[in-house]
Design a protein. Structure first.
Length: 55
């Protein structure tokens, strides 16, 4: 469960968003806009996620 303090932290600060390809190679990007919409869902901006979408 995401409490109000955690929600503020998530929504007020840039976050690192990480994925890995099928070989385990990491890809990490900074995401500036994030919104908490439920206890297990976030909405993130899609800015320059070309490599992230490939993995």
């Amino acid at each position: 469960m995401i409490n109000s303090d955690q929600k503020k932290l998530i929504e007020k600060n840039p976050l690192a968003f990480a994925t890995a390809d099928k070989h385990g190679n990491p890809n990490v990007i900074a995401v500036a806009e994030v919104r908490v919409i439920s206890d297990n869902e976030l909405i993130i901006t899609d800015n320059f996620m070309v490599q992230t979408k490939k993995t």
